[in-house]
Design a protein around this ligand. Structure first.
Ligand code: GTB
Length: 216
């Protein structure tokens, strides 16, 4: 059954693929599953109709028959379970991929989100520089550990998996900061993810939404 996902009608990232619908688009492209997109305004996100899909009034969501899911991690997990290509067949490797999915969302992403908040919303605060430096140290701690573990490997667990999909997009949230570039193997890892044809298709699809919206 063809799923429907939700995305911003007018994404604040202006087509850079930083909003979390990109995770779902990329996963669906990796497994070759066509999908429909329901575009929502910021106001529509908070309407009861959307809150029935996601109690927090956020994107992305995923509807497939009588199943409605929210939380990008849960959606990627669902797609990976039901299609070939994002989870390894071997049980222990699959368990380790799942651990890395949690690591991307629970261990690496939180300080990066904090960095974004400080970068975008604390510009006028007197304590901004001190706070930003503290957060950057936390981000560098995580990235340093991740870089050591990845080493010269292409992907986190042998071949490309749902874990890499999430980790690459989490790292992309630092685009423009120069921090990922301090770890050449991580920068190459992100570039490898971005070079995948499925990533390119997903990126082009979300970019098109921005181009159509800005042509209006
Ligand atoms: N934990 C949830 C998940 O993983 O699905 C988080 C969902 C979430 O925060 N969604 C954001 C949202 O809907 C969009 S992705 N926000 C609107 C709201 O809640 O009212 C976060 C995001 C937004 C914009 C940019 N950007 O412009 O660069 C990047 C990331």
């Amino acid at each position: 059954m063809r799923p429907t996902i939700t995305a911003f009608e007018c994404s604040p990232d202006e087509g850079q693929g930083l909003a979390r619908d990109m995770r779902v688009r990329w996963a669906l492209e990796e497994v070759g599953q066509p999908y429909d997109v329901r575009l929502l305004s910021m106001a529509a996100l908070k309407e009861p109709e959307h809150r029935a899909r996601n109690p927090f009034g956020s994107i992305p969501t995923y509807e497939e028959g009588d199943l409605t899911l929210f939380e990008s991690g849960a959606i990627i997990f669902h797609i990976a379970e039901r299609h070939e290509g994002l989870f390894p067949a071997e049980e222990n490797r699959r368990a380790r991929v799942i651990a890395w999915m949690f690591a991307a969302l629970n261990t690496v992403e939180p300080p990066i989100v904090e960095w974004e908040m400080a970068h975008y919303f604390e510009q006028d605060k007197s304590w901004r520089d001190e706070h930003k430096a503290m957060i950057e140290e936390r981000v560098r701690n995580r990235l340093g550990d991740l870089a050591k573990r990845l080493g010269d490997d292409d992907w986190l667990e042998g071949s490309f998996s749902a874990a890499d999909l999430l980790m690459v997009l989490v790292l992309r949230r630092l685009d423009g900061s120069g921090i990922v570039e301090e770890y050449p193997n991580l920068a190459a890892y992100v570039a490898r993810g971005e070079a995948r044809p499925a990533y390119q298709r997903a990126f082009a699809a979300q970019r098109k939404v921005f181009e159509v919206a800005s042509a209006d």
